[in-house]
Design a protein around this ligand. Structure first.
Ligand SMILES: [Mg+2]
Length: 205
């Protein structure tokens, strides 16, 4: 018996995915990267910080209006992400869904997009390795917004690009901040596990 799923793809024109933990598992050394960014900030501004996330560090740089330093931070993030990119593990159920979306009731004209906190190079390379780059039309990565999840900016950018309404879009991610970004944008959003279980059930039956 197929379990009931909480979402429907009827009327959805754009399906958006987070990247890390949703389509692939990145192998980057996040702990060292976070330390490197914290160290950079402290050295550069001679100011102690106690930020809990990379986004918080980047936001402090934006508050200082230091676009050049922001770009150097993006470079550092990109370098750490790409260093171990060949060790990425694709999440097979999500990749299967993307390759066979019509099997799940997704309209054949529906478009796919990525809204991720990873850098654009990492997004493109990860999708290429997973063999699904051609399936995705639009990408919002770390460099494309200045307010990061749970802020809704990335989703608003995607809505604007496709010229669709919030009800015509659906977003899947693996973290609470993904779902918060969804609700802040007024876009229906779900944990990827819900979709993964649905894919498993469909493949079984
Ligand atoms: Mg994620």
């Amino acid at each position: 018996m197929t379990k009931k799923i909480p979402f429907s793809f009827t009327g959805k024109k754009v399906i958006v995915f987070d990247l890390d933990g949703t389509i692939v598992r990145l192998a980057a050394d996040w702990h060292s990267l976070f330390k490197a960014l914290t160290y950079r900030f402290t050295e550069k501004y001679q100011e102690a910080i106690n930020h809990k996330s990379m986004s918080a560090i980047l936001s402090s740089i934006i508050e200082k209006g230091d676009e050049e330093e922001l770009q150097l931070n993006f470079n550092l993030i990109r370098q750490y992400e790409l260093e171990k990119i060949t060790k990425n593990e694709p999440i097979t159920e999500t990749v299967y869904f993307i390759n066979n979306k019509e099997l799940f009731g997704v309209s054949h004209s529906a478009k796919l997009a990525i809204f991720s906190l990873n850098t654009r190079s990492t997004i493109l390379k990860s999708l290429e390795i997973a063999g699904i780059l051609d399936e995705i039309e639009f990408f919002v990565g770390r460099e494309d917004v200045r307010n990061w999840k749970p802020e809704p900016d990335g989703l608003l950018k995607i809505l604007d690009y496709f010229k669709v309404n919030t009800e015509e879009m659906i977003y899947f991610g693996d973290l609470e901040k993904d779902l918060l970004a969804g609700s802040n944008a007024g876009v229906e959003s779900y944990y990827i596990d819900t979709l993964i279980n649905h894919v498993r059930n469909i493949k079984k039956s």
